[in-house]
Design a protein around this ligand. Sequence first.
Ligand SMILES: *Cc1c(COP(=O)(O)O)cnc(C)c1O
Length: 494
Amino acid sequence: MNVPVPGEIDRRLLNERSVPGRIGLQMPGLDVPEQPLPDAGLLRSQEARLPEVSQPEVVRYFTALSRMNFSVDTNFYPLGSCTMKYNPRVNEELAFLPGMAGIHPHQPDETVQGALQLIWELQSDLGEITGLPGVCLGPLAGAQGEYSGLMIARAYFADRGDTGRTVALIPDSAHGTNPASAAMAGLEVVTVPSDAQGNVDVEALRGLVDQRTCVFMLTLPSTLGLFEPNILEITGIVHQAGGLIYADGANLNALLGIVKLGDLGFDIAHSNLHKTFSTPHGGGGPGAGPVLVSDELAPFLPTPLVTRDGDTYRLTAPERSIGRVNGFHGSFGVLVRAYAYIRAVGVEGMRQVAENAIINANYIRVALSDEFGGDADRICMHECVFSPQAQKAKGVSALDISKRLIDYGIHPPTMYFPLIVPEALMVEPTETETKDTLDRFIAVMRQINREIDEDPDLLHDAPHDAPNTRLDEAGAARNPYLRWQPDEDSQAAD
Ligand SMILES: *Cc1c(COP(=O)(O)O)cnc(C)c1O
């Protein structure tokens, strides 16, 4: 065994800990007569090879892993587009109540009336918040909400015998899931350019809409964190051409209580409950991306919906439903958290959430635009985008700046997105951060800017103290290594 060095990270954490014969728990003895298995073929022929570790070692392993992580519970996490806001702890407690966490989707409706009522009320709340009253909470992520919404658009036109509408118009600033969902829904994607200010190029849009337009899919606020000033003209142009207009409302933080998508002319939207309505997310955790539509499109919503009949709630299928988009009724635990969040914040608080999100983002925008190439003049919504091209000219990239932030205990902003902004750094502070935290972030960014002139290698080699430094992200995504495997069977085994 190597002699440990004081202060060094215990590297054993990352190594094999399993020792044959070591046991971490004790099974109770058999207290019923032993029975032969009805079908011995169901029994595996070989012992399952599991890690053999003691209980304290398991606890230390997971605790140590958690300490290698960044999270909103440990650090400021200004990840643009992903809204990493604080998730009130009471929401967790409510989601874990036995009546919430212990129910089964196959239970008869009459035994889960409370859960169905919660779904029904959340459907109504989201309909009210967005002005799109037809709501299905089923989709499990934003991207699945997009897919559902686009399938609704297709079903709506098919129902009218208007089969030539096969084009989805999508701005060049869109989130990558938009064109992917459109392609999956069988639509042809046509890109709409942005103008010099980052708004939709209205004249270009006018030239692109025609009788083949199925939907125009627009993110609001845009992925640049900007409110689309020509939105009413845009919805008018699309409707005049007979198309539908889809709002990517993944992030509603800037709109809550201020403006409703339905009032702006949108026909379909999705919203990510795991961004706007609490729920801890990241790392691919559970989400919910409800799809929201106007009354006219409601008959096409996915199934099931919850309807109320007097005092009884039941699961029903809309008349001309596009069908199921997943096995059951959605990510119920996420729905409970969203419901709790909306009830706790209330109507008044909703607007305050949006206003504080907007003020926080603008505070950072104004403080850092001169140094980091942001738009100093235009008010942003819940997030702001910087373009550190001057730093790039000195040999320091947006990636280097992001990595250096880790040394200061700050999670990097979203990088290199939207694609139309060179060296993009997209900062979303959220409404839950204090002014002190924002001031510290601003001070750190300014200090990093000084370091670029004084000692650029500090940035090139960053982060200096993190458990991992520069990762092969593409490799990690393509060949994920997510679980323990016994030493002998290398990864080729499965
Ligand atoms: C996050 C996001 C999505 C996708 O949501 P997922 O839940 O990750 O599928 C779509 N559009 C925008 C603008 C987003 O920010």
